[in-house]
Design a protein around this ligand. Structure first.
Ligand SMILES: NC(=O)C1=CN([C@@H]2O[C@H](COP(=O)(O)OP(=O)(O)OC[C@H]3O[C@@H](n4cnc5c(N)ncnc54)[C@H](OP(=O)(O)O)[C@@H]3O)[C@@H](O)[C@H]2O)C=CC1
Ligand SMILES: O=C(O)[C@@H]1CCC=N1
Length: 273
């Protein structure tokens, strides 16, 4: 992989997931530098990954070939303003993972540099993330490749033609791990309510989620067919699915995902400034 020096601005949850995935896949720790305003956060990253850290955003950007913005959407404008001069001199590739910040706003804040806006997700930590990516017109082919190398090292990369599709990507796969975690939590609790010991119920829920996901990933059949194959006529699965359908499980999911997509679009409006 050849992204040169990769600087993370913001060293929180998502930065840690990407760094963990990159290092596990062979990126030398010495090529990663993280800037964050929380000293304990930096200490934890140093201890965990052996990477370099700094409390100065400009110092990290000054030596970077690729700068990856991993602060909260609400912090991106001020961080960009702080880095504007150093970025103008250094002209690195900029990658933003901030939900709901439009590339045209980020470009305005940083002074028109090429930006790849993307939406990864936390399973990047295990190398099985998925990232929707959008490149602004100014991004050169070599820079697209560079961005793809960084995010591709931690999972599947899907390029989007239309930036507005990132709202839906955020709602499906950016936030998506949380939906699955809720399902795992709910299954575990249901098992405990039926009298299973906590640890047994937890393992059953997790391994079932893992197995189902693995199957869906490799099977030729659709998820609907796989579901039908588990559902014996007059059997136990049918009894459960009847309840889920009667409670409009699909409608609930559609409404929830639409709310996330709406929030992504709303953030862009709020932060356009
Ligand atoms: N979490 C997820 O699953 C995903 C998150 N994202 C996106 O990734 C970005 C980061 O999210 P996440 O990792 O969850 O957030 P976190 O709050 O965990 O991490 C952000 C870090 O940046 C620090 N920070 C804030 N302002 C500055 C600053 N001016 N200079 C240096 N560091 C600063 C924060 O410090 P402090 O705590 O003091 O604010 C915090 O340590 C967001 O934009 C989010 O939309 C995208 C995909 C998935
Ligand atoms: O909840 C959020 O806003 C971020 C973006 C996707 C996942 N976490």
């Amino acid at each position: 992989m050849a992204p040169g020096i990769l600087a993370f601005i913001g060293g929180g949850n998502m930065a840690a997931s990407l760094i963990g995935g990159l290092i596990a896949r062979g990126m030398p720790a010495g090529r990663i530098i993280v800037a964050d305003r929380v000293p304990e956060q930096l200490q934890a990253l140093r201890t965990r990954f052996g990477i370099r850290t700094t409390s100065s955003n400009p110092a990290a950007a000054a030596e970077a070939d690729t700068v990856l913005f991993a602060v909260k959407p609400q912090d991106l404008a001020s961080v960009s303003a702080e880095l504007r001069d150093v970025l103008a001199r250094r002209r690195p590739l900029l990658i933003s993972i901030a939900a709901g910040v439009h590339s045209r706003d980020l470009q305005r804040w940083v002074g028109g540099l090429p930006v790849v806006r993307c939406m990864p997700n936390r399973p990047a930590m295990q190398g099985c993330g998925v990232t929707g990516m959008y490149a602004t017109h100014e991004v050169a082919a070599t820079q697209r490749e560079l961005a793809e190398q960084v995010l591709g090292a931690v999972g599947t990369v899907l390029w989007l033609e239309r930036e507005e599709d990132l709202d839906a990507v955020t709602a499906i796969s950016g936030s998506g791990p949380a939906y699955f975690f809720l399902l795992i939590e709910s299954l575990q609790q249901a098992g405990q309510s039926l009298g299973l010991p906590e640890e047994i119920s937890r393992k059953l829920a997790i391994e079932t989620a893992y197995g189902a996901s693995m199957m869906a990933r490799v099977a030729r059949e659709s998820a609907a067919t796989l579901r039908e194959q588990v559902t014996s006529k007059g059997g136990t699965t049918e009894a459960a699915l009847k309840h889920l359908e009667a409670s409009d499980f699909r409608g609930i999911m559609a409404t929830a995902v639409a709310a996330a997509a709406r929030r992504s679009a709303q953030l862009a409006e709020e932060l356009a400034g």
